[in-house]
Design a protein around this ligand. Structure first.
Ligand SMILES: Nc1nc2c(ncn2[C@@H]2O[C@H](COP(=O)(O)OP(=O)(O)O)[C@@H](O)[C@H]2O)c(=O)[nH]1
Ligand SMILES: [Mg+2]
Length: 323
């Protein structure tokens, strides 16, 4: 049984809330992707060269990325030849199996923040302006507050006008503390203050909002390594996690950003925001293929509870299964 048939059966019996929220959040992507796949299989019934060319186009238009698209199409061609399958619907199922196998091949798929046994766990959150960093930080803080952890926020994005104020509003709403500095002050000194406070107060999770200025790679690299050094001085082995935030609506530009960050620092996870606002949900696969870093959470809306653990099966279902 193909993966899609398997998932249809699994989720039609057990309509879990998680799957529902994925389905809603990914409606635009699904309309784009699964409708195109369906009309393609109706148009061709039996596959041929043109069919595979159109299939390739659909994948590329969904932001799966050229490299992964070519790899997957090759695999599907090979399997269909070997098994002598020419029925377009069956081929589409094989395609989906391969797209998602590709994800699993790229390493671990953990989601929740990994907490250290002793002392504060430090999570750096990086990404360019406007991708949803601050909102995601607030959502993550809420998630772990709900799990009875103590959370401290650190506003190390001191360059963007209003960034600190925005984080302050969230901290107030959530009833937690925020460590901040003057506008344009050194992010590392704010981070330092944050670490000292977190250690003194024995906080479980410290989330640091980091400015993602990509003017030059050297600049970003210097700034991030200084930040890492300063944090590690106060809390050994910290930061424990570095999440990169990518806006799904930026398409392949998001992939370019991800590569740039991965070159200058060690990323332990990616969070893809605004999945609800794109019709090109394939970006998750492209990022995973290019970086090999697990997607830890996805943003499916602007509300506090719209941040979900990334779940590959729910994602596939949300992307591919017509409602
Ligand atoms: N629809 C939608 N909007 C989001 C999501 N995440 C963030 N946003 C919006 O994106 C905008 C920029 O977010 P912000 O957190 O300020 O970005 P930052 O500059 O990276 O800190 C805000 O209007 C957020 O409400 C999401 O998952 N879905
Ligand atoms: Mg911000």
């Amino acid at each position: 049984m193909g993966l899609i048939s398997f998932l249809k059966e699994k989720f039609s019996k057990k309509k879990v809330e998680e799957v529902e929220s994925y389905s809603q959040g990914m409606a635009k992507s699904r309309q784009n992707f699964s409708n195109k796949l369906n009309s393609l299989s109706k148009k061709y019934k039996k596959v041929n060269q043109e069919y595979f060319e159109e299939l390739e186009e659909i994948l590329i238009e969904s932001d799966v990325g050229v490299k992964l698209t070519l790899k997957v199409i090759d695999e599907v061609l090979e399997e269909s030849k070997k098994k002598r399958i020419t029925d377009a619907e069956e081929i589409n199922e094989i395609l989906i199996d391969h797209m998602f196998e590709g994800y699993m091949e790229k390493g671990d798929s953990l989601t929740e923040v990994r907490f250290v046994d002793n002392g504060p766990t430090v999570l750096l959150v990086v990404g360019v302006n406007g991708v949803g960093k601050t909102t995601t930080i607030a959502k993550l803080a809420k998630r772990y507050l709900d799990q009875n952890k103590t959370v401290l926020l650190v506003a190390a994005d001191t360059f963007r006008a209003g960034a600190t104020e925005q984080l302050q509003i969230w901290a107030d709403r959530l009833g937690i503390n925020l460590v901040k500095g003057e506008y344009n002050s050194d992010p590392s000194s704010v981070a330092y203050d944050g670490m000292v406070k977190a250690k003194k107060e024995n906080i479980d999770l410290v989330i640091v909002d980091v400015s993602g200025r990509l003017q030059t790679k050297q600049y970003l690299m210097d700034e991030l390594s200084k930040l890492n050094r300063v944090i590690g001085k106060v809390i050994p082995d910290a930061p424990h996690e570095t999440f990169l935030i990518i806006d799904a609506t930026t398409g392949q530009n998001g992939v370019v950003q991800a590569k740039a960050f991965a070159e200058v620092t060690t990323l332990t996870g990616v969070v893809i925001t605004k999945m609800d606002g794109t019709s090109k949900g394939g970006i998750i696969l492209a990022i995973r293929d290019e970086l090999g870093v697990p997607v830890r959470f996805i943003g499916l809306g602007e509300k506090m509870d719209d941040l979900k653990e990334f779940d590959l099966e729910s994602y596939i279902y949300g992307l591919c299964v017509e409602k």
